[in-house]
Design a protein around this ligand. Structure first.
Ligand code: ADP
Ligand code: MG
Length: 222
């Protein structure tokens, strides 16, 4: 998916001080690339991903998705893009604790109005594809961190998005599990032809990425 930002800026006001979390960022991803955004903690990675994932709105500057100026979209249109075109993998997964693995993956399909049969069949297939065919009925608390990460990735893929945006997807994982998650994201990019954007510290991800951007104090260097 084509995403472009122009002087994208997000500031937070905390008491009397102003924090510039994302500072005039000009960022562009084209079609089926794998892009890594690398920077230390606090550099603005999550803020930037939340902006381009339409979870948050800029203080100034613009985000274009497929040449559409997203600042002109209604809330309903933004929700539609989030539901159908963007698969977001949150740093802390955001799995719903009262739903099992299958139900977590079914949720976006349910919101998209898919039939229950279709939801179930696809959720099973997606979880099998991420290696969790034997964990379908597990609740999030019964899963390891690596397994939760896989459920979150399967859920992000539920409505066949054009882009997967993942916030430090290997940040909490041991190196073996991290390697598996990286190869999963790489396969999603190459086989499903899905654009992948990851924020990371992980050099192994940097190695597989087509494009590397670094971010420091909210400023992006390509
Ligand atoms: P990263 O993901 O690279 O660790 P973040 O995007 O989370 O960085 O944060 C960038 C900066 O913005 C940090 O200085 C952080 O403290 C600040 N920040 C992030 N979210 C908020 C918020 N909701 N309110 C105030 N400051 C925030
Ligand atoms: Mg972060």
């Amino acid at each position: 998916m084509k995403i472009k930002t122009v002087d994208l800026t997000r500031t937070y006001r905390v008491g009397p001080s102003k924090i510039i979390a994302v500072d005039k960022v000009n960022f562009e991803v084209d079609k089926v690339t794998f892009t890594a955004i690398v920077g230390p903690s606090g550099s603005g990675k999550s803020t930037l991903l939340n902006l381009i994932g339409l979870n948050d709105c800029p203080t100034s500057g613009k985000i274009f998705i497929e040449n559409t100026d997203t600042s002109l979209l209604s809330g309903r249109e933004r929700r539609k893009i989030r539901l159908f075109s963007i698969g977001f993998v949150f740093q802390t997964f955001n799995l719903l604790p009262t739903l099992n693995a299958l139900e977590n993956v079914e949720l976006p399909m349910s919101l998209a109005g898919k039939s229950q049969k279709e939801q179930r069949e696809k959720a099973v297939r997606l979880l099998e594809n991420v290696g969790l065919g034997d964990r379908l009925s597990h609740m999030p608390r019964e899963l390891s961190i690596g397994e939760m990460q896989r459920v979150a990735i399967a859920r992000a893929l539920a409505n066949d998005p054009e882009v997967i945006i993942a916030d430090e997807p290997t940040g909490e994982l041991d190196s073996k599990t991290a390697k598996e998650i990286i190869s999963l994201l790489f396969d999603i990019n190459r086989k499903l032809k899905t654009t992948v954007i990851v924020a990371t510290h992980d050099e192994k991800i940097v190695e597989v990425a087509d494009t590397l951007c670094t971010i420091g104090d909210g400023k992006l260097k390509v």
